[in-house]
Design a protein around this ligand. Structure first.
Ligand code: NAP
Length: 300
């Protein structure tokens, strides 16, 4: 089967589509024929060697497709079911992948829409769970227009929170459409947020990693309810939570998102799709860092 791989760290040119042996599902696992696979910043971070490990490596956390084999003990899905979820081997960008965390696809979604979801919604739900976002919480989201950002804004609004989103001006109308109040990045950020929330905010989430942790601490009145998913160094330096899922992942959201989607309360836009053969171009686009929503590879 075909699979996206790289044999040395480097730029997008190191990516190859290779023939590799077909995987087999173990007990409790399924194998899917991948129809679409999500692209995430972790793909190009791995390719650059920023995430550790040694080459060769495969890529892809998120996939949607059709179950073609089930392992021993699997009773919740059958061959032919349309599912979405996490590749158990971080090799979603392949013709076949193995999953142990998956759910039936929400009926109204295409394969590409479903493949956009898993990492974005799991990370968003985890950030909201870890900071205790609930009805009435005032939440500041830095990096609100990206994949995790769009998801965090909508899931927070669905919980009844009030959301202020930081994004480039070109994304402000988009954030309004998600029911967040937009503010711009850069100099004067604290004053702009205070103009909307004079008492400060209850929770501040950094999803962009652009060095704003001191501002977020000031606005949240301390470190306790400030969380970053993208700035390990500032998290350590200022004593705020860095969330990477090692303390538990919010996989519960895979089973909950369908209801929000079918109710019209959640949508994660697919900004652009690419054939698998254009994976290098997908990396270049993701690395530029200003995608509104998600990038998705069409596998077959
Ligand atoms: N720790 C974890 O568990 C975990 C999980 C998933 C993702 N992540 C990390 O979280 C980050 C976001 O992931 P994602 O999938 O949402 O990425 P994404 O879809 O590429 O979105 C990135 C967002 O960051 C904003 N941005 C880009 N450059 C910026 C800058 N210089 N200053 C401020 N904002 C900037 C962009 O907003 P504008 O276009 O509006 O500027 C964009 O919407 C990545 O670093 C990713 O690796 C971590």
């Amino acid at each position: 089967m075909k699979s996206v791989r790289f044999h040395r760290f480097g730029g997008p040119e190191v990516l190859e589509i290779e023939e590799v042996p077909e995987p087999r599902p173990g007990p409790g696992q399924i194998r899917i024929a991948v129809r679409a696979a999500g692209v995430n910043p972790i793909d190009w971070k791995k390719r650059q060697g920023l995430m550790g490990g040694k080459p060769p490596q495969s890529l892809g956390q998120d996939a949607a497709g059709v179950v073609d084999q089930v392992g021993r003990g699997v009773v919740d899905v059958s061959v032919g079911a349309r599912v979405f979820g996490f590749s158990a081997t971080s090799s979603a960008q392949s013709e076949l992948t193995i999953m142990s965390e998956y759910e039936p696809m929400p009926p109204s979604l295409s394969f590409e829409d479903a493949a956009a979801l898993p990492t974005a919604i799991e990370t968003a739900a985890r950030a909201l769970d870890e900071t205790g976002v609930e009805k009435g919480t005032v939440v500041l989201v830095n990096g609100a227009s990206g994949g995790v950002g769009s998801s965090s804004v909508q899931l927070a609004v669905a919980r009844g929170a009030h959301v202020i989103g930081i994004a480039s001006p070109a994304n402000h109308d988009y954030l309004r459409s998600l029911q967040a109040e937009p503010v711009a990045y850069g100099e004067g950020l604290v004053d702009r947020v205070r103009a909307l929330a004079p008492e400060g905010v209850d929770v501040a989430l950094d999803l962009a990693g652009n060095g704003v942790i001191p501002d977020l601490i000031e606005l949240a009145g301390g470190t306790e309810r400030v969380l970053t998913i993208a700035d390990y160094e500032q998290a350590r330096k200022y004593g705020v939570t860095f969330s990477d899922g090692k303390g538990g992942r919010a996989v519960h959201i895979l089973g909950e998102i369908g209801e929000l989607i079918e109710d019209g309360r959640f949508a994660l836009p697919v900004a652009r799709t690419f054939p698998l053969s254009d994976v290098a171009e997908a990396h270049r686009t993701s690395e530029q860092g200003h995608v509104r929503g998600k990038l998705v590879l069409l596998v077959r």
